[in-house]
Design a protein around this ligand. Structure first.
Ligand code: GRF
Length: 199
């Protein structure tokens, strides 16, 4: 039996969640390893993080393709050069079409910086602006399967944080991000263990 599953991580930006996964994968007992990182943005800092860790990292720019499907097919072609068992979107800022979602169905997950379904359909600081505007006393992050409906797939794991009375979108985002860095490696470990043990 294989002792690790293979991950592809899709990013568009700073890649702090990618870093959390890189750090988790350094533990020999961790049941997953990152085999490929793809960024759709050429100067995303996450690409540097991958390279520093010795992980193959590619830029596949959506701007180089005439359609979203051609862009996604190019990513699939690159990913299929590796044994990839699970695809992790980590701050990947493109909505994926059914072509990509169906190809990786049940093997494609995302992290969202709110306790879904709260904050559904928003991204970036707007998520936190919405949570504050709604007067929530709790927020957090969600790891979920990606399906054709945005932010609608089954929830794998959530971690919560309090919303404080003097929070700004920025302070809330920072508190949630700390939990994201714990939640993503936890969720991947959970799925990898299920996969490897067949449960
Ligand atoms: C995170 O807040 C994640 O939940 C959201 O985008 C942000 C990415 O941050 N989808 P990073 O690139 O992992 O630092």
């Amino acid at each position: 039996m294989a002792s690790k599953i293979g991950l592809a991580v899709l990013i568009s930006g700073g890649g702090s969640n990618l870093q959390a996964l890189i750090d988790a994968c350094r533990d020999p007992a961790y049941p997953a390893e990152i085999r490929l990182v793809i960024s759709n943005i050429a100067d995303a800092y996450g690409v540097e993080r991958a390279k520093k860790a010795g992980i193959p990292a590619l830029v596949v720019s959506h701007k180089d393709f005439a359609s979203r499907e051609e862009f996604e097919q190019a990513m699939i072609t690159e990913m299929e050069k590796y044994p990839i068992d699970l695809v992790c979107q980590a701050g990947f800022m493109r909505i994926l079409t059914p072509l990509f979602v169906k190809h990786w169905e049940g093997r494609l997950i995302n992290i969202h910086p709110s306790l879904l379904p709260k904050g559904k359909g928003t991204h970036g600081l707007k998520v936190h602006t919405k949570i504050l505007g709604d007067g929530e006393t709790e927020s957090g992050c969600t790891i979920h399967y990606v399906t054709e409906g945005v932010d609608e797939g089954d929830i794998i794991l959530q971690r919560s944080v309090p919303v404080l009375s003097d929070d700004t979108p920025e302070t809330l985002a920072a508190r949630v991000l700390e939990q994201e860095h714990i939640a993503y490696p936890e969720a991947v470990k959970l799925l990898a263990t299920q996969y490897l043990t067949g449960k």
